[in-house]
Design a protein around this ligand. Structure first.
Ligand SMILES: [Zn+2]
Length: 248
């Protein structure tokens, strides 16, 4: 077994994908969730809480292997503005690489369940119009018990926390670089489940050797760097300023 530093790295990520392919797993996007039933399938999902500006290395590694993933992106992230000049380019690049986008929803915005459904539909419409693509799924950011246990049916959308909708996919996640039971590597090597939904957060795979707090610091710093670079480029009064004037 590899150590944590090797496992959670871009090389480790590529190995995971390659091992899955050599075990004959076929990668499907959320719009393809019910297709290829005769094959061993992996639904590869990325929930992007903070690290939109770090997604492309993973997205490119996937594309290189002919793999399409689904990137669940937020309209209400506290770390990134999805519609900024820079970030919308990143999303367009994800689509160009063949990936799908879906909604990662901040549930705390909703005052009641009815309003929540409307909030979700509104956000899906924004995504679809802005990026000229179809959105087929929603995942909840830090889901409440209401969502986790509610088996919520959301018109026209796959709810990743609706167990019936997600069957027969076995769920596993890299949250805080900790697999709850067996690692994805182990489960794939054993082929212990025919169908897998694997949730990976890109930030955990791009800072090998750093601890959780350091990865947070680095990720938030990179968002800040993007903001600083934007203003250095677009603000006349900052034409003599340097990046290091703003970033420690
Ligand atoms: Zn989240």
């Amino acid at each position: 077994m590899t150590n944590r530093k090797e496992e959670f790295s871009l090389v480790g990520f590529e190995k995971l994908l390659q091992n899955a392919q050599s075990q004959s797993y076929h990668f499907v996007t959320f719009s393809q969730k019910d297709q290829f039933k005769d094959k061993k399938r992996i639904l590869l999902r990325h929930d992007i809480d903070n690290e939109l500006c770090q997604c492309l290395p993973l997205a490119q590694a996937e594309a290189k292997l002919g793999i399409k993933a689904t990137y669940f992106i937020m309209l209400r992230s506290s770390a990134y503005n999805l519609l900024s000049l820079e970030n919308r380019q990143i999303v367009l690049e994800l689509l160009k690489l063949g990936h799908e986008i879906a909604l990662h929803f901040q549930e705390k915005i909703a005052a009641s369940p009815d309003i929540m459904l409307q909030n979700i539909q509104n956000e899906v419409t924004v995504l679809e119009n802005e990026f000229n693509t179809k959105v087929s799924a929603v995942s909840f950011h830090q889901p409440s018990p209401f969502v986790l246990e509610g088996h919520l049916l959301i018109p026209q959308l796959i709810n990743t926390y609706n167990k019936e909708q997600m069957a027969p996919y076995h769920y596993l996640s890299d949250s805080n670089q900790e697999w709850r039971n067996n690692s994805a590597q182990q489960i794939i090597a054993d082929s212990s489940h025919k169908d897998l939904q694997i949730l990976l957060h890109p930030m955990w795979w791009l800072h090998p050797g750093k601890n959780i707090k350091q990865i947070w610091q680095e990720t938030l710093r990179q968002n800040n760097k993007q903001t600083v670079q934007h203003w250095l480029h677009h603000e006349r009064t900052l034409q003599d300023a340097k990046e290091e004037d703003f970033l420690s």
